[in-house]
Design a protein. Structure first.
Length: 372
């Protein structure tokens, strides 16, 4: 073990990264990362490098290894990479304090290049840096860990955020948008029941493979997928809300129509009752129109009188007609319908009256002629 580098690169906790969103170190994540290392899921050992090599290099996979990770261990909630140095400079950098801390480069859900199977969090490299994003990590010691999708340090320059590998810098507003999008995906619209330590936002950062191989899922593709899923969820929710509104509107219309039909039936029944009592239709009509002009809820409801008695709105509206004296009412025998007689009926009535008058003065009628 003498001369081996012992580099702490992750610990239990939570952080909010301006580019990747929520970063979380959990026991489950550490166990899976250690297991993937022991099973050689990456197909090569992770290596130790200086920084994240953010420059737009013209070549790929040309970063030298300062050491190769031989083991990953957890001690008191901290993940350490134990690495064999390839040069004395690697040990000197740490001994002299030129580089005190480290930053993990890992894929939160690494895809096996041979099987295409998702393998979970996998360490790709450890970068020596004095600007680690994760806080409160122990210092590296001589008794340390490469690249892919997740760069744990962050530096803001002017109005842009420096992005690793060959990606184009993103404006702060765009970074803020994707950050909010990632938080929505994790907290509001979680698409699975499984924990998402780095979740959708972390998976948007592609891998930087030192051997020239293809990296993990590309950032644009991943973020596009997340945005599309969120948009689809929003569209489905909007459709359901519209359907619910249509059902509610239909129910309200049906209830309103039922109340309207009930009001009309009650008014008609009251009208017929009053006519049978001899109330002139001309006196009923104004009150009838008043009742029909009121909201159906009111017309079909009840009101409380001063003596605390309750009476229906319709009965109360027509109550003055019930008190109409008998002298003002129409006798039942005269309560027929009113209409103008036809010319034939007027002729017959005139003949009948003439016949009665002739007979009254002692005359007689022979062959349609009057004889006095």
């Amino acid at each position: 073990m003498e001369g081996m580098l012992k580099i702490p690169f992750f610990r239990l906790g939570q952080w909010q990264h301006p580019l990747y969103g929520k970063i979380e170190g959990t026991k489950q994540m550490f166990s899976q990362m250690i297991e993937n290392f022991k099973n050689n899921v990456l197909g090569r050992p992770p290596f130790v490098r200086i920084g994240h090599d953010k420059a737009n290099n013209t070549t790929f996979g040309s970063v030298a290894a300062l050491g190769w990770v031989k083991d990953i261990v957890e001690e008191d909630g901290v993940l350490y990479g134990l690495a064999d140095p390839t040069t004395p400079e690697a040990q000197e950098y740490i001994r002299t304090g030129r580089y005190k801390f480290a930053s993990a480069e890992y894929d939160p859900d690494y895809t096996d290049k041979e099987t295409g199977k998702k393998m979970g969090p996998t360490l790709l490299a450890i970068s020596l840096t004095n600007e680690p994003f994760l806080t409160r990590l122990p210092e590296a010691r001589v008794l340390s860990d490469q690249p892919d999708a997740f760069f744990m340090d962050f530096k803001e320059e002017g109005n842009t955020v420096t992005v690793p590998n060959n990606q184009q810098p993103q404006p702060n507003e765009e970074v803020s948008f994707w950050r909010k999008l990632a938080m929505m995906a994790m907290n509001g619209f979680r698409l699975s029941d499984q924990p998402e330590p780095v979740a959708t936002a972390a998976q948007t950062q592609p891998a930087a493979q030192p051997n020239g191989g293809e990296g993990g899922a590309s950032a644009p593709q991943q973020t596009t997928d997340v945005a599309a899923q969120l948009e689809e969820e929003r569209r489905k929710r909007e459709e359901l809300e519209n359907q619910l509104k249509e059902v509610q509107n239909a129910q309200q219309q049906a209830q309103k129509q039922a109340l309207s039909d009930r009001r009309d039936a009650l008014v008609k029944a009251k009208e017929q009752e009053l006519i049978a009592k001899g109330i002139p239709p001309a006196m009923i009509e104004p009150i009838k129109q008043f009742v029909l002009s009121q909201p159906v809820e009111m017309a079909t409801g009840t009101i409380k009188l001063s003596d605390d008695k309750e009476v229906s709105f319709i009965d109360n509206a027509f109550a003055p007609l019930d008190a109409l004296p008998e002298s003002a009412r129409v006798p039942l025998g005269q309560a027929g319908t009113q209409h103008s007689p036809t010319p034939q009926q007027r002729h017959e009535d005139m003949v009948k009256l003439c016949d009665e008058d002739v007979q009254a003065i002692g005359g007689r009628i022979e062959n349609g002629k009057y004889i006095l």
